[in-house]
Design a protein around this ligand. Structure first.
Ligand code: SF4
Length: 440
């Protein structure tokens, strides 16, 4: 944290703090205190999901709330609040992007839906909160956010609705009674309140969510520099806290060299010792630390493919149509396979290569389409990005190929072109297969 200066006062509590808290308390604290300029760019897959979410929301608004008042996003907070209350007082049938604010708190509800006129409401009408979700199932964080908006709405209209509703990805509408989650909601509000203290900083802890977290470029260097115990898989945040408070242990090398008796003293169950010790060996040797064993022989047999797009760049979401596929070639430079506009390509160099490995959902979809167009028996295709996301426990700065190679092979610059990406993928595969590595 040397170079990172947190703000002395927290930002306002907003709906997103509830989802941050569900993921990691340090994320919620960082949301309060760290400047937005320190946020890392969202990974490509998250951007694609956000775009889909916006399109989904737009479609719902048009079909279910065509006459709604929309509160503009690009005006001042005061104006957004004023326009929201004006629309409530006018009895608008629905209010999109409703801006609900109170002292130190804010919430932007996807929609406020008119329930009806009410002489007991401070605005003359009663509204309820609705949220649009692309998911087909509700998550706890969704309900807590709706409860947060409903609390704020209750303060404005003087009456708090007992339920909120959700429009899910399949178009279904469900009403959720908020009383069912009220004790969880109160607990989370108290936790968030406690985190509004700069001294309450929980500190980073390496977990799966770090890979796509906006604060990763602040947390990951700190975890590496402090040799944090969470660099070992299987050390939960609760266990790390216990190790720190009862034994003063914060660094993973201490666990790596601990005797059985010491590990017992630290309260680490014996069933976790093999994983902790083998992970520590891998970390010391700069090899991949995985959450479960990977088959190294299968990894070495993978043949890497990267797609070249019209612009010459590869792997970009929303990129122009593919022009070529670059196939890894044993002992020689990658082979270029031309792709015609009708998606036909001479895939004979791919024959007999199985499994094939690509990087990311975009190249996975393109490779599947090429193989389908070519016909015949398709080889198994593996997504290296998904493999890393699901199995690797390493302090990576993100999931882009360049960010992975920066950790696994710091001397290797990952070029943006097809041949360069194929070589970078091979370097990452070799690291996963235990053939090379660097120390954390
Ligand atoms: S990068 Fe990881 S530790 Fe840091 S705030 Fe995000 S999830 Fe928490």
């Amino acid at each position: 944290m040397d170079a990172v200066q947190p703000r002395s006062t927290p930002g306002v509590t907003a709906g997103h703090h509830f989802s941050s808290l569900q993921i990691c308390p340090h994320k919620a604290w960082s949301d309060y205190f760290l400047p937005g300029s320190l946020k890392a760019d969202p990974p490509g897959f998250l951007l694609a999901m956000q775009r889909e979410g916006i399109a989904h929301e737009e479609a719902i608004c048009q079909s279910l709330f065509p006459g709604a008042v929309r509160i503009p996003e690009r005006i001042s907070s005061d104006d957004r609040q004023r326009r929201t209350v004006d629309a409530m007082q006018a009895g608008a049938p629905a209010i999109l992007q409703a801006y609900l604010a109170a002292e130190g708190r804010v919430g932007i509800a996807d929609v406020l839906e008119l329930v009806g006129p009410s002489s007991e409401s401070a605005t003359g009408f009663l509204y309820r909160v609705g949220e649009f979700k692309r998911a087909q199932k509700l998550m706890v964080a969704h309900v807590l956010q709706a409860a947060w908006y409903t609390d704020l709405l209750g303060e404005i209209q003087g009456q708090t609705p007992t339920e909120a509703f959700f429009i899910l990805g399949d178009g279904s509408r469900i009403a959720v009674p908020l009383a069912e989650s009220s004790s969880i909601f109160s607990g989370q509000k108290s936790q968030l309140n406690a985190l509004r203290d700069p001294a309450a900083r929980p500190g980073p802890h390496l977990c799966k969510a770090c890979l796509s977290c906006p604060w990763r470029s602040v947390c990951i260097p700190e975890l590496i520099a402090t040799e944090h115990v969470s660099l070992l898989p299987g050390i939960s945040r609760a266990m790390a806290e216990r190790l720190r408070s009862t034994s003063g242990v914060t660094r993973w090398p201490v666990l790596a060299t601990a005797s059985d008796e010491q590990l017992l003293d630290y309260g680490i169950p014996s069933r976790d010792w093999p994983l902790i010790r083998s992970a520590a060996l891998c970390l010391s040797a700069g090899q991949a630390v995985t959450r479960q064993p990977l088959n190294h022989a299968t990894l070495r047999a993978l043949s890497a493919i990267s797609i070249e797009f019209g612009s010459g760049a590869s792997g970009a979401a929303g990129a122009p149509p593919p022009q070529a596929a670059w196939l890894e070639n044993d002992g020689a430079g990658p082979t270029r396979i031309e792709i015609a506009p009708d998606w036909t390509a001479d895939l004979s160099p791919v024959a007999g290569r199985t499994p094939i490995v690509v990087y990311g959902a975009t190249e996975l979809a393109i490779t599947h389409r090429l193989l389908r167009t070519a016909g015949g028996q398709s080889p198994h295709v593996v997504d290296l990005l998904a493999l890393i996301e699901n199995f690797v426990h390493a302090p990576l700065q993100g999931l882009e190929l360049a960010q992975v190679t920066e950790y696994t092979n710091p001397a290797l610059t990952c070029p943006a072109d097809g041949p360069g990406r194929v070589m970078a993928m091979r370097a990452v595969i070799n690291w996963l297969a235990g053939d090379r590595g660097v120390a954390a």
